[in-house]
Design a binder for this molecule. Structure first.
Ligand code: SER
Length: 342
């Protein structure tokens, strides 16, 4: 009999780190197969059944996985973030879209084999939004899942399209075939900017928040690439993991949507700076906005309405802004630079 597993793509990324530890902490957890283009950090290896260094564009690797294992759940986290994607949009499209199609195909094939939908958890982003100007952004406040879906980045376009692909593979896959295929159980969270006390993001545009904090903790100067008034929603990593795991466990019949906003707190870059300075009084933070990256963040909403997630699967973040810094970010970061993580 094939081993039943949970597949995590982008396992070595920021969300993968937190997720693997939390999944492995569950007493009855299924074995985890971690897939990433980079070797999994040594600290995470005890938590996984198998680590595979490989690419989600490698379909023969995915076919081998499909024959070797019964895949119960996929957490598809692998992606190139918004800033990286702008430097090579066509490559971003390959990784973010074709990579997702490959994973959805793997999941749908597995669903047929076991005659039961594979759960497919997909990490989307506030980058799917595109507000036309700052006046509209200020007036819009907390946007719902269905408003302002005009992304201005390749990453945002990729994420929005993949949300639609998830709907297709869940409900309409091969709809003209005589025997209707078993679809995937697609569930998606749209994350705000994420801040981890342990890892640093690479290639995102909300990265100014974690970057200023990690720089201050290391006594390094930091030039923030957005204006002081720039405001978007944020969430700390433990809440991001909580959101993925809670949505994964929610009974399907309670879910009225496939895609859910989640958020914790919205703060301006100036407000974030104040909190960082309060914790690290020697922090040297200056503002040197970059026109291009500023325009991207300006197109993202000030906040998102996550009432559907709250209603359908009881979503509520553990950390508001105050708790996020006081109880998680500051203590974790202080510890992090005392004992560098491998
Ligand atoms: N953090 C992501 C980025 O900046 C947005 O979801 O690309």
């Amino acid at each position: 009999m094939r081993k039943k597993i949970i597949l995590v793509t982008g396992a070595n990324g920021e969300v993968g780190h937190g997720l693997i530890q939390q999944l492995a902490a569950r007493p009855d957890h299924m074995p985890i197969v971690a897939l990433d283009v980079k070797k999994l950090d040594r600290a995470l290896r005890p938590y996984v059944w198998r680590m595979i260094v490989g690419d989600i564009l490698d379909t023969s690797l995915l076919e081998t996985l499909s024959t070797e294992y019964e895949i119960d759940t996929v957490f598809h986290l692998a992606a190139l973030l918004s800033t990286s994607s702008e430097f090579n949009p066509e490559n971003a499209h390959r990784v973010n879209v074709q990579g997702t199609v490959n994973l959805l195909k793997l999941a749908v094939d597995q669903s047929q084999m076991r005659v039961k939908p594979v759960k497919f958890l997909y990490a989307s982003s506030i980058a799917v939004y595109g507000l036309p100007d700052l006046q509209t952004k200020a007036a819009a406040g907390n946007v719902t899942e269905d408003q302002f879906l005009n992304p201005i980045t390749m990453y945002g376009c990729n994420k929005l399209y993949c949300e639609h692909l998830g709907r297709y593979y869940a409900r309409y896959y091969r709809q003209l075939a005589r025997a209707r295929a078993v679809g995937v159980d697609f569930r998606c969270v749209r994350f705000p900017g994420l801040i981890s006390g342990v890892t640093m993001p690479t290639g995102g545009t909300s990265d100014y928040a974690p970057e200023m904090l990690h720089a201050a903790a290391q006594g390094q100067p930091y030039a923030c690439f957005v204006r002081e008034d720039t405001t978007i929603p944020f969430m700390v990593m433990p809440d991001a993991i909580k959101a993925l795991l809670t949505l994964a466990q929610a009974p399907r019949e309670k879910l009225t949507r496939l895609v859910y906003n989640v958020t914790s707190f919205s703060r301006s870059a100036a407000e974030l700076t104040e909190v960082v300075r309060a914790a690290f009084p020697d922090a040297q933070i200056t503002f040197k906005p970059s026109d291009a990256r500023q325009a991207i963040v300006d197109s993202w909403p000030m906040g998102v309405d996550d009432s559907a997630a709250r209603q359908d699967w009881g979503w509520t973040p553990d950390y508001d802004a105050e708790r996020a810094f006081r109880d998680y970010l500051i203590p974790t970061i202080v510890q992090r630079y005392r004992e560098p993580v491998e």
